[in-house]
Design a protein around this ligand. Structure first.
Ligand SMILES: Cc1cc2nc3c(=O)[nH]c(=O)nc-3n(C[C@H](O)[C@H](O)[C@H](O)COP(=O)(O)OP(=O)(O)OC[C@H]3O[C@@H](n4cnc5c(N)ncnc54)[C@H](O)[C@@H]3O)c2cc1C
Length: 413
């Protein structure tokens, strides 16, 4: 089949390879150069062990403290509140114990296949060198907050996820540079990638080498007739005709889905990070600083600290005082950073759905159009498994994961 993929971010690129594997003729439409494309600036984690939706008791517990600090781990720009209201309402609905359990089970189902799917994709392209298998260290300053997470560890273990509680001497042995750690656990199976932007560039290069075509233009509309699906663009190739279309344009997917009659509560959790020269942090592996709203990653291109969630839409300029605040908070754990300044600061748009589940499934208007967007905090993690699911939906066969919890139609009920 002729298949057009709208968006060549990490999800669109992984999907291109899954479709090329099945012998389809693939066209990727992407203008390139979008500011804040999260594919390039994320933390690089394959976080398949992270199964908790954002609408979790932990977030509600911390919310009053976070919201009173405009530079804290989660903030909402007051002017953006009216636009965000429908998303927030869905978020509240997604926070009931039953809905949290359902989201957690769906995240578990997709995350369980996430790493095998990445291994298969990277192996098939001789890109396995991008995968780093160093585990993830999660640390707490306060033992009380750590104790409150005991139930989560039990659930993770029940799902077969390895969680190792560590004593102070273990932490000192694993990561001697870390200070002020009251408690810690190790997720030994968690992985990260060399650098997300380099991985994406390699996936694009190899997709083109395998015969995919890249149209450097913006898709402005997706329409359909009996015989074909059309992607209208603002470029020279103004009408791309295909048998199937995949919409994988991250946060920018919302208007395209809306034109097709699907009102998806897709908004952006803006995230910030700072990258220092490689080796600055003196940390061997990714670290999650629980309750602090940031993480660190040792990437080939530098040591990255980032995270934080800001609701302010896609138009407002970045507020890098948030980045500075994250760097200041990191210094409590890594005092040797003193007055060091990052080489690079960045803000990007997580494409987020209130129940923390991506949208993977056919458009209501026509089953020949498949959605693959809204992966929030887990777009890198879930890209390869999403690709397998999208390819299966297009071929009309069962995929690696049941797509039921991820359908776009869950919002019209
Ligand atoms: C600070 C931060 C840290 C993160 N860390 C992690 C992590 O460690 N692990 C993890 O799994 N996830 C992480 N994420 C989330 C992850 O980065 C995203 O979920 C993921 O990048 C989404 O990928 P995507 O391909 O769906 O969208 P995008 O990366 O947004 O790509 C969408 C593509 O669509 C193109 N596009 C947009 N509009 C159009 C149009 N109209 N026509 C054609 N093309 C179009 C854009 O140019 C872009 O290339 C993080 C995010 C942030 C912000």
């Amino acid at each position: 089949m002729r298949i057009t993929i709208v968006g060549a971010g990490i999800v669109g690129l992984a999907t291109a390879h899954a479709l090329l594997d099945e012998g389809h003729a693939v066209t990727l439409v992407d203008p390139g150069g979008k500011t804040g494309r999260p594919t390039d600036g994320n933390a690089g984690w394959i976080a398949h062990t992270d199964i908790m939706p954002l609408a979790s008791p932990k977030v509600w517990r911390n919310l009053p403290r976070w919201l009173t600090d405009p530079l804290g781990p989660l903030s909402i720009r007051p002017g953006y509140l009216p636009a965000l209201a429908p998303w927030l309402l869905r978020f509240v609905q997604a926070s009931s114990p039953g809905r949290i359990a359902a989201s957690m089970e769906a995240i578990r189902s997709i995350n369980a296949e996430a790493l095998p799917a990445w291994r298969a994709l990277l192996d098939s392209l001789s890109l396995s060198g991008h995968l780093r298998e160093k585990g993830l260290l999660t640390v707490w300053r306060d033992r009380g907050a750590f104790t409150a997470s005991a139930e989560l560890f039990d659930r993770q273990r029940a799902y077969g996820i390895a969680v190792e509680a560590l004593g102070p001497e273990d932490v000192a042995r694993l990561e001697p540079a870390l200070n002020n750690v009251g408690a810690a656990v190790l997720y030994p199976e968690m992985c990260h990638v060399s650098d997300p932007a380099v991985l994406a560039a390699d996936l694009l290069r190899l997709a083109l080498a395998r015969g995919a075509v890249h149209v450097a233009a913006q898709a402005v509309a997706v329409t359909f007739s009996d015989n074909a699906v059309h992607v209208r663009t603002d470029g020279e190739a103004a009408d791309l005709v295909a048998d199937r279309v995949v919409i994988a344009a991250g946060i920018w997917s919302r208007p395209l889905a809306e034109q097709l009659g699907d009102r998806i509560p897709l908004d952006t959790e803006r995230g910030y990070n700072a990258t220092f020269p490689a080796g600055t942090f003196r940390l061997e592996r990714p670290v999650m600083y629980e309750g602090e709203g940031f993480v660190t990653s040792p990437l080939d291109s530098g040591d990255r600290v980032g995270g934080a969630v800001e609701f302010a839409g896609i138009e407002a300029p970045p507020n890098h005082r948030r980045t500075e605040a994250v760097v200041q908070r990191l210094k409590r754990f890594l005092p040797h950073l003193d007055d060091m300044r990052p080489a690079k600061r960045w803000m990007g748009f997580r494409p987020s759905i209130p129940d923390s589940l991506p949208v993977i499934g056919p458009a209501s208007a026509d089953r020949r159009i498949v959605y693959a967007f809204g992966h929030g905090h887990h777009g890198l993690t879930q890209a390869a498994v999403t690709a397998g699911m999208a390819a299966a939906l297009i071929s009309g066969r069962p995929g690696p994961v049941s797509p039921k919890p991820f359908t776009a139609q869950r919002f019209s009920r």
